[in-house]
Design a protein around this ligand. Structure first.
Ligand SMILES: O=P(O)(O)OC[C@H]1O[C@](O)(CO)[C@@H](O)[C@@H]1O
Length: 526
């Protein structure tokens, strides 16, 4: 990136980035600085840039072949590697999981083998859903299953959970989904108190089939079923990689597969999300969710940055990170349904782009992925917005909002509905952060120039949720392509796992050389 002509130009432009606090700074920008796809508007009027910067960002995308790299990824090229070093060394094909609509435009790439694999799993899932629905699959008492407990962690929990909560308004009547992820026994205990085990399916998800937390929780949940006189095999289904230690169909009511070319944090649209979402929300809603993601994958191949939403979001993120030096990104949905979306994006972005070597194994000399965090508004306004408005740390924000609520159960209080009050707050924050406010009282000064964008749609439906998910997934991939880093491995999570296993060995009385850990344990009285 740094040796491109556009980089030098962007650096020059950043010395004089657009001042959002000047008089009439926002006038005319809301209409002109808006891109739309699939019913989602992306408004970037409140970013510290002008059309000249957007043109230069287009140059950066062109010089780094960002769109071509994305298309090659979708076509099945090996994009998960570090040249000359031991690495995962494989294709990146989560997009094939939603390339199941036979809608490939001419000239677009696709990996047919991966698409066929995805279609085969979806067909298996459809049969499973029908059998639950029509009573072919019943519990020992001949009753239908109406609850599901999902056991998984990281990518095998965060994305599916975030999407389920986002779309709970569309849940199949009478069905409930519970989640267990943490190895903290209280996480499982709280769910097990609440769930009706007799009428529960358990969906155990682990791509590797070897994750400590998930295997421990699976055993713990199974022991509760046994204690209640229930056979886990009649209740447990699994989602895992072919050939993983969990790939043992004799042990489960059904086994579904994901593929090594689908990364955990990109796996929501694979069987990892599919089984639970189809059970909880209904198969058709799940398919509509996939459809939304697919449409954004197609939009992501437009070379014009103003028409390619994820690319535009990626480049604006790069502008903020590398040229304006902002270290973090707050994702602030004005929708309670998106309460876990930021947590999912935190993994998706930080595990992907929290890297310091490029795809040739060289240390990079620029910043990569931002720290991603966030909470829904308006709750966040009463918690951390003080810092966003007035501290020295500038926090770029992505606001997300919808014209209509999901349940449409609202009340006019003092002339406005709750939804109108929610939207008023959303727009007020976006403008206030950008323009700031002067005052004679230094404690009441709002410096402004806090960059922010808005993603806005009519209503949070399954299709819009699929689109939102893919917008961010593809944004993250685009940033990795421009930075020339590998966004698809996660070596940084290994060290902690190795050290934890050494400490577990100490607990089991084995003789390990782990002096620091032994001293630490002693200090804590363990
Ligand atoms: O699905 P698995 O193999 O249990 O892994 C769970 C999570 O653990 C990680 O490997 C990180 O520890 C994530 O990348 C992954 O999403």
């Amino acid at each position: 990136m740094k040796n491109s002509k556009s980089y030098a130009l962007l650096q020059e432009l950043s010395a004089n980035s657009y001042d959002l606090t000047q008089d009439k700074a926002l006038k005319g920008r809301f209409e002109s600085m808006k891109s739309s796809a699939l019913g989602i508007d992306y408004v970037y009027a409140c970013q510290r840039l002008n059309e000249e910067v957007v043109d230069a960002l287009q140059g950066l995308a062109d010089e780094t072949d960002a769109v071509t790299q994305f298309s090659r990824m979708m076509g099945g090229e090996n994009m998960n590697k570090i040249d000359g070093f031991e690495c995962e060394d494989r294709q990146v094909l989560h997009t094939a999981m939603r390339d199941v609509f036979d809608d490939l435009p001419e000239g677009f790439l696709s990996d047919q083998e991966a698409v066929n694999g995805a279609k085969a799993e979806i067909a298996k899932l459809k049969t499973f859903c029908d059998e639950i629905e029509n009573g072919t699959i019943l519990n020992a008492k001949g009753e239908k299953f109406n609850e599901m407990i999902l056991v998984g962690i990281g990518g095998s929990d965060l994305g599916p959970r975030a999407v389920y909560l986002a779309l709970k308004a569309y849940a199949v009547e009478g069905r409930k989904v519970h989640f267990i992820s943490n190895v903290d026994p209280d996480d499982a205990a709280a769910v097990l108190i609440d769930a009706d085990l007799e009428r529960s399916l358990v969906c155990v998800i682990s791509k590797s089939g070897s994750t400590l937390e998930t295997l421990t929780n699976e055993t713990l949940v199974a022991s509760n079923f046994e204690a209640a006189g229930l056979n886990p095999k009649d209740h447990f289904v699994c989602v895992t990689g072919k050939g993983s230690p969990m790939d043992n169909p004799d042990k489960y009511l059904r086994s579904f597969y994901m593929f090594d070319y689908v990364g955990g944090r990109y796996s929501v649209t694979s069987m990892v999300g599919a089984v639970m979402l189809s059970f909880g929300l209904g198969y058709d809603n799940f398919i509509n969710f996939l459809r939304g993601a697919r449409k954004i994958d197609l939009n992501s191949q437009n070379r014009d940055v103003r028409k390619n939403l994820p690319l535009l979001m990626a480049l604006i993120g790069i502008w903020n990170r590398n040229f304006l030096d902002h270290e973090t990104l707050a994702v602030l949905p004005y929708s309670q349904a998106l309460s876990r979306f930021a947590a999912h994006l935190q993994q998706c972005d930080m595990e992907s782009n929290g890297k310091r070597v490029n795809r040739q194994g060289e240390t990079v000399d620029f910043a990569t992925g931002p720290i991603v965090w966030g909470e829904p508004g308006t709750n966040g306004q009463h918690a951390f917005y003080q810092l966003i408005h007035q501290s020295e740390t500038v926090v770029p924000c992505d606001f997300i909002g919808f014209a209509k609520s999901q349940y449409q159960k609202d009340l006019d209080v003092k002339g406005t509905s709750s939804q109108q009050k929610l939207l008023a707050n959303l727009i007020a924050q976006s403008i206030g952060l950008a323009t700031g406010k002067t005052s004679d009282n230094p404690n009441k000064v709002f410096p402004g120039n806090r960059p922010n964008s808005m993603l806005f749609a009519e209503q949070l439906t399954p299709e819009i949720m699929g689109a939102l998910l893919a917008l961010y997934e593809n944004k993250i991939a685009f940033q990795g392509f421009v930075w020339n880093i590998n966004s698809f491995d996660q070596e940084g999570v290994q060290l902690g796992k190795v050290l934890a296993n050494e400490i577990i060995d100490i607990f089991t009385g084995q003789d390990v050389e782990a002096e620091n850990a032994k001293e630490y344990l002693k200090t804590l009285g363990l």
